[in-house]
Design a protein around this ligand. Structure first.
Ligand SMILES: Cc1ncc(COP(=O)(O)O)c(C=O)c1O
Length: 417
């Protein structure tokens, strides 16, 4: 590229081996095709049980074909309003605004709520990077708060202590499908005049006191990435009861073209438009969303029964008054009591063809946030050291759940010998 005046972006890295020894998970274990194919006619060799995979055997292909043959493949076309209406009805909100991802739904939410430079937004340190990044995209500053031990969700007691005159919003995530403590978070946000934005990327259909995730705060944001409870490949949705929030978010997602004049812009907008092709997949997924949620709950109950009594292994909870959709079935390991650590169990499962993932690495330990974060986050760090999730797709069969349970029991017995 020759001599340029500026240098390319430099990565930032971080060595945590002295301050937080052993906290960063080891390398991803290599998966073996060890699960026998049944019936054998399905092909030679074994298979794996993936941690997640989409279920696309309904009307997805037919609706996409319909969108293609109509010629409406960009962001106009009838599947988009249909998907938005169905999703709003599912959540119990008045409005839904489809966009390109869960991340852009969050960014649209923060931009619409007027969050910008100088504003602080409280987010859990135990989350996926997008929650915190979206605050930065809007120009705001993410302020990290630790989790409750039981669910891994934002700890309301600590939220209250983190509020300053610059705080504008609180953003709980509904970790792995279990809603955050919305009762206390609503009370805190009401008391301090703060927006409550639900990052419901992992919680389609989850409930608190019968109210659906995403519909409880001022705005809810969802992801439709391929591993989510429903998918559009990539995609996201913002839901709200506020006509003003819906109107501004809708405008911002489409370059903020003005109503009175086409190439006239009174906001800095974005191109965050979902395509009609993606919405076609979304409509087909909405036809089956209840069965996907039920499958995840059924498999979770089977895992919990199968893993009961294993020393040092704790299984996910469903607190009274909540509906957990178990987007991912997360377990935690106490190395001493179980006989093997989290990374060891993952390696052994991978040898047997069973894919797993570690829990999040908290935001305050990320190279991009470490310096600014400060504070102490013992719960999130413990979750990071001990947590992993098991195969959790809606298509997972009960015999696959049993295979995973047997493998874990066998590995535990081997570790004890
Ligand atoms: C809690 C949380 N927030 C936001 C996102 C971002 O969603 P997307 O990947 O669709 O941008 C995810 C995705 O995994 C997530 O788990």
């Amino acid at each position: 590229m020759g001599q340029k005046r500026n240098r390319l972006l430099e990565p930032r890295d971080l060595d945590l081996s002295k301050t937080h020894p052993g906290i960063i998970p080891g390398r991803e274990p290599e998966l073996r095709l060890s699960i026998p194919r049944i019936p054998v006619s399905e092909g030679a060799g074994g298979r794996i049980i993936p941690v997640c995979e989409p279920v696309l055997d309904g009307n997805e292909a037919a609706y996409v074909a319909r969108a293609v043959s109509s010629g409406w493949i960009s962001s106009a076309g009838k599947f988009i309003p249909e998907f938005e209406e169905r999703f709003a009805a599912f959540c119990g909100t008045k409005y839904a605004v489809a966009c390109t991802s869960g991340t852009t739904a969050l960014h649209l939410a923060f931009a619409t709520l007027g969050i910008g430079p100088g504003d602080e937004v409280i987010v859990p340190t135990f989350t996926m990077i997008a929650t915190a990044n979206a605050v930065r995209y809007a120009g705001g500053t993410p302020v990290f708060v630790d989790s409750e031990p039981e669910t891994g969700n934002l700890d309301p007691g600590q939220v209250e202590r983190a509020i300053t005159p610059r705080t504008k919003a609180v953003v709980p995530i509904h970790t792995y499908g279990h809603p955050a403590d919305m009762e206390r978070l609503l009370a805190i946000c009401d008391k301090h005049g703060l927006y409550l934005v639900e990052d419901a990327a992992e919680a389609h259909g989850a409930e608190w006191k019968g109210r659906r995730a995403g519909s409880i705060g001022d705005v809810g944001c969802f992801s439709f990435y391929a591993n989510k409870i429903i998918t559009t490949g990539e995609g996201g949705m913002l839901v709200t009861d506020s006509p003003d929030v819906a109107r501004i978010a809708r405008n911002l997602r489409d370059h903020a073209f003005s109503e009175e004049r086409h190439f006239w812009h009174k906001f800095t907008g974005y191109n965050y438009r979902m395509t009609n092709l993606q919405a076609a997949v979304g409509v087909a997924q909405m036809e089956r969303i209840d069965s996907f949620v039920e499958a995840r709950r059924r498999n979770a109950a089977r895992y919990t029964a199968g893993l009961a009594g294993l020393p040092g292994l704790s299984t996910p909870v469903e607190k009274p008054g909540f509906k957990n959709v178990f987007w991912m079935y997360g377990i935690r390991l106490d190395e001493k009591a179980f006989g093997l650590g989290r990374d060891g169990l993952r390696r052994e499962l991978a040898e047997r063809g069973i894919e797993t993932r570690t829990f999040f690495i908290p935001m305050h330990l990320q190279p991009i946030f470490f310096k600014a974060a400060g504070g102490e986050y013992p719960v999130a760090e413990e979750l990071c050291r001990r947590g992993m999730y098991l195969p959790s797709a809606s298509s997972l069969t009960s015999s696959d759940v049993d295979l995973v349970v047997e493998a874990i029991r066998d590995i535990h017995a081997g570790a004890r010998r």
